[in-house]
Design a protein. Structure first.
Lengths: 220, 212
């Protein structure tokens, strides 16, 4: 039986796939070359005496807190938390419909799925700082600009997170509930929402959002 | 009465699920067992009855109504009358047993109420009574995934009972259970079939179990 040496049947190769990969690789390489050739970092000014002087000027200030400003600082801290919280809440609401659009087991249309992915991807591509600058120009330098920036900025990430949660639903359970005559909304809530998920997910990244609000403040 | 008339089903990928099936199943407590190899079309047959799959040709009559054209609300109304038991139990694993059982009432409960998890006292008692019938009432508040396979299948029987169906479909209910547990589950199905006069259609791939 074992006279012939065992050989693995050849894996079917698709030329299309290979070409696609090659094109992507070349494109990425070109982008990198373009980027590095067009930025002009002046290394001599990075490693200079002035840099050292600046560091020496700024770092000691970290260790001299201004206690006389405590009132304003506490007020600002509370405001920061409120901004982060309100922004997250708004993002959680905006993210839900987009997440449904992206989840391939909820919307069974590849084009719509892709459209959703592109929207979320585009939103994620904007850093919150950039959004903040846009909104400050639009509504002025006040907390509302921060809320808007956080809301839009977090929508991308939360939408992605939600859509992945949706895609991980046990479709067997969906089938079972469907077979008992439940409607779509009932299935969704029963198969997906176990007490905490809805208020928990947006709060997962509240620390990150606090940080970005702080960054926004320091920018303005 | 369930009547298949020249029923055929071809899946989108070209696989033939059913070909010209003609059969009549009387209501009023029949216990029908379908035996066949994997891939013979047993599941397709049984899933056609509650339209989890939609046959492409012919007619399927449940209580003298062609169910192939049903949509939306009418389809859900049909499904509330037909309970289904699955090979892999299909319980919401992270929910409690009682919550799983009471989900059999979803088809009769308003959307808003069920989202807020408000079920009537009668529904809750019905769920509890059905858990008692399959002798698993002490696991009431356990999470579904803490139970063994046989226990989970009994919970899914209780869920189906809570639906108060006129017909029970069981798609390979014991395929992933060991022989003694299988017998126990089949015993409950048989018992319910006789006591409540619910027509039951069961898919099996063991001839010897079907003979019993």
């Amino acid at each position: 039986m074992r006279n012939q040496p065992l050989t693995l049947p050849e894996k079917p190769k698709s030329k299309m796939k290979l070409t696609k990969r090659m094109i992507a690789l070349v494109a990425i390489l070109l982008i990198y070359i373009w980027t590095f050739s067009s930025i002009s970092i002046r290394w001599e000014s990075v490693f200079s005496v002035r840099t050292l002087e600046n560091i020496d000027r700024i770092i000691p200030k970290f260790f001299q807190p201004a206690f006389e400003e405590t009132d304003t600082i506490v007020e600002m801290m509370i405001e920061t938390i409120f901004i982060a919280y309100t922004g997250s809440l708004a993002a959680a609401i905006i993210a839900v419909p987009l997440a449904f659009l992206c989840a391939s087991n909820m919307v069974k249309n590849k084009w719509l799925n892709n459209a959703g992915m592109w929207i979320l991807g585009a939103v994620r591509a904007f850093p919150e700082i950039v959004l903040a600058i846009i909104f400050v120009a639009a509504v002025g330098p006040n907390p509302f600009a921060g809320v808007l920036a956080i809301a839009i900025g977090s929508t991308g990430m939360l939408g992605k997170l939600f859509s992945e949660v949706l895609e991980s639903i046990d479709m067997n359970v969906v089938e079972a509930l469907e077979s008992s005559g439940a409607n779509k909304l009932q299935i969704l809530f029963l198969a997906l929402c176990h007490r905490s998920c809805l208020n928990f997910y947006p709060m997962r990244s509240i620390d990150l959002k606090l940080m970005s609000v702080l960054l926004l403040y320091s920018e303005l | 009465m369930i009547e298949f008339r020249e029923l055929s089903l071809i899946y989108p990928n070209g696989t033939e699920g059913l070909r010209n099936i003609n059969i009549k199943i009387n209501e009023g407590g029949e216990f029908v067992v379908i035996v066949g190899l994997s891939g013979a079309g047993k599941s397709t047959f049984i899933r056609s009855i509650n339209r989890l799959v939609t046959p492409t040709n012919g007619a399927l009559l449940v209580e003298n109504e062609d169910i192939l054209k049903l949509k939306g609300k009418d389809l859900r109304r049909l499904r509330t009358k037909i309970g289904m038991i699955f090979q892999s139990y299909n319980l919401v694993k992270r929910s409690t047993v009682i919550k799983n059982v009471i989900s059999g009432r979803l088809g009769y409960t308003g959307t808003f109420k069920s989202i807020l998890n408000i079920f009537s006292k009668e529904d809750k008692l019905l769920a509890y009574e059905n858990l008692k019938r399959v002798n698993i009432e002490e696991k009431l508040y356990n999470r579904a995934d803490e139970l063994s396979g046989g226990q989970q299948q009994r919970v899914s029987i209780a869920r189906v009972l809570t639906q108060k169906p006129k017909l029970i479909l069981a798609d390979e209910p014991v395929a992933s259970l060991d022989p003694p547990t299988s017998h126990q589950v089949m015993k409950y199905l048989k018992q319910i079939n006789q006591e409540d006069n619910i027509t039951t259609i069961v898919n099996l791939h063991f001839i010897d179990m079907a003979m019993e």
